[in-house]
Design a protein. Structure first.
Length: 292
């Protein structure tokens, strides 16, 4: 929950009021929330843009306030979304263009910005699944990579992304943006590597470490069993805990001069190999194509 002193800033206002001043306390507070320290202190997340807010709403994510600027809309459905958000309990506040540009994180703002409450999940809270499929992301440094990995997890049907020994902020606006809002529906427990490793072994999950230093190709591993794909920071890779104790190590073929891939790119390839094997074995029902 937001701290009491901040909550005072978000009391009910008349919808005829439009925030115009860059010195308005609300505007200044939102600008402060662009800093991780202030976001964590007040346990908030900034949700910017139509798609991210739509997906947060669909996931029943707690959104306390929504700021909107019609002059910056990029579509025609913003009004319907605002009505749905208000029905969901959000308080709506109109903001003048100059002030909205001040609070936005994007170069091309869409005229929509929500303030939500951070959620924190523990490993023990993950739902039981018959043949679990997890991604373990250890010490990922760049928010854009983490957001892209979340998007790939969603697309490949991963049951959860386990965030270990984090070096970037899960609630960074760039994570929200790169994940296209699936951050709000994907289970993301946070734990130390030791906690995560111990929990996975207690659940009978096979741990697969991604590394270029092995003979086993990623297509040769059996991913139809309960599995956790473990990936690490681009500079150093996985820590010895995962590398020394993984059930299997796999690599991607590298045909050129480069000796590694971007961690988000490599993760996507590995996740889709898990999905491919499970589709081939009849474990997954493939949805129909997305309509035009």
């Amino acid at each position: 929950m937001l701290v009491a002193c901040i909550a005072i800033l978000f009391t009910e206002i008349n919808m005829d009021t439009i925030l115009t001043s860059l010195q308005n306390p609300r505007i200044k507070q939102i600008v402060k929330w662009r800093d991780r320290h202030d976001r964590d202190k007040d346990q908030v997340v900034l949700i910017e843009g139509y798609r991210a807010l739509t997906r947060a709403l669909a996931a029943d994510f707690p959104i306390g306030d929504v700021y909107f600027c019609p002059e910056l809309y990029q579509g025609s459905n913003e009004g319907k979304l605002l009505a749905a958000l208000e029905k969901h309990g959000a308080k709506l506040t109109q903001v003048a263009p100059e002030a909205f540009v001040k609070i936005t994180y994007r170069d091309r703002p869409e005229g929509l910005l929500g303030v939500g409450t951070q959620r924190h999940l523990k490993l023990e809270q993950l739902p039981k699944v018959e043949t679990p499929f997890y991604l373990v992301a250890e010490q990922i440094e760049k928010p854009g990579n983490l957001g892209t990995m979340l998007r790939s997890c969603d697309a490949a049907g991963t049951d959860a992304l386990i965030l270990c020994d984090k070096r970037t902020d899960l609630w960074n606006p760039n994570v929200v943006r790169a994940s296209t809002g699936v951050l709000f529906s994907m289970p993301i427990p946070e734990a130390s590597s030791q906690e995560a490793f111990k929990w996975l072994k207690s659940q009978g999950v096979s741990i697969v470490a991604a590394t270029p230093h092995t003979d086993t190709m990623y297509t040769d591993a059996d991913f139809t069993q309960p599995v956790a794909i473990a990936v690490g920071a681009e500079e150093f890779g996985l820590s010895p805990l995962w590398m020394d104790n993984a059930d299997i190590k796999v690599r991607l073929p590298m045909m050129g001069a480069a000796d590694s891939l971007n961690v988000a790119t490599a993760t996507t390839i590995l996740l889709y190999e898990v999905l491919r094997q499970r589709i081939a074995k009849g474990m997954v029902n493939v949805p129909p194509p997305i309509p035009d």
